[in-house]
Design a protein around this ligand. Sequence first.
Ligand code: TLP
Length: 348
Amino acid sequence: MELIDLRSDTVTQPTPAMREAMAKAQVGDDVYGEDPTINQLQDLAAELLGKEAGLLIPSGTMGNLAAILAHCNRGDEIILGDVAHTFLFEVGGIAALGGIHPHTVPNQPDGTIKLDHIRDAIRPEDSHYPITRLVTLENTHNRCGGASLSVEYTQAVADLARANDLILHLDGARIFNAAAALDVDVKELVEPVDSVTFCLSKALCAPVGSVLCGSKEFITRAHRMRKQLGGGMRQAGILAAAGIIALQEIVPRLGEDHTKARNLASGLSTVPGMTLDTDDPPSNMVYLTLGDEIPLDAREVAEKLEAHHVRVGVVTKRRFRLVTHYWIDDQAIQETIGAFEKVLGDCS
Ligand code: TLP
């Protein structure tokens, strides 16, 4: 029996069309800018997002880091949410490698940051303070249940940033999920931001890669940062070929993953022994918490689910994250609900 892997959409394998395109990809030395498939992917990404230029980066973590390094000087401060991926899960790279000071402000449950909190975090001119340089947002917001930030909210943050001479960067690892969830053109969602990173290797099934987009002048600086971080690639057109298929064939179907997440949540909402954050998940993520009556912790429950061929993400001692994606079909959703019923039923 095949494993149903709901830990993340990062576990997605390349589709057969991707593998074929990878095998046939024309390649060149990208450090010389000579890989035609990478150039095609970068142009396509920039065009889809309505930005001047794009840059293929090995990962989302490196994309955010290269962007922030390209925008900031050592000792600068950036404002970001207290459960932002860049703050929680990027190994403190901005501080360790860039000397950049993170100033966290509370993320609201819908992934936003209150405008007043951003305003209050901006440092006045004073020799005691670091210089506030940039604000980052995350869309969809991973730790906030996969919530999408609207065009209006993003624009309001951009207006505030501009009025205070700040740059706005977007961790748009799952920006195409946000566009699908909100039913808007992705261009509109990213129009207000100065730079955006999105990932090809999450819900979009490509094996590797993220693309950073922004102005030509910014991408030239980010290109230098990518090289400095050791992220210059050579014949990576093999990877870009999968990325092109991701944008052409996987982006249009992301809504199906959201429907599957809603079906999963609706089935799980009737299972005793746990509480869902919401039974109407905003994109492809379902978060849930074990009830007090369950004597096992999340890791122990996860081990038992694995015996039923279901693998889930353990977030904390009592919390799980389940992410739907291309390789999860309706039957897998039903089997997952059945596995939870069995495991929690057996131990309550
Ligand atoms: N997120 C991963 C884990 O790191 C938690 C996941 O399974 O969701 N921004 C956001 C919003 C992300 O969710 C991730 C990956 C990244 C950036 C980093 O991307 P990679 O893994 O390519 O460095």
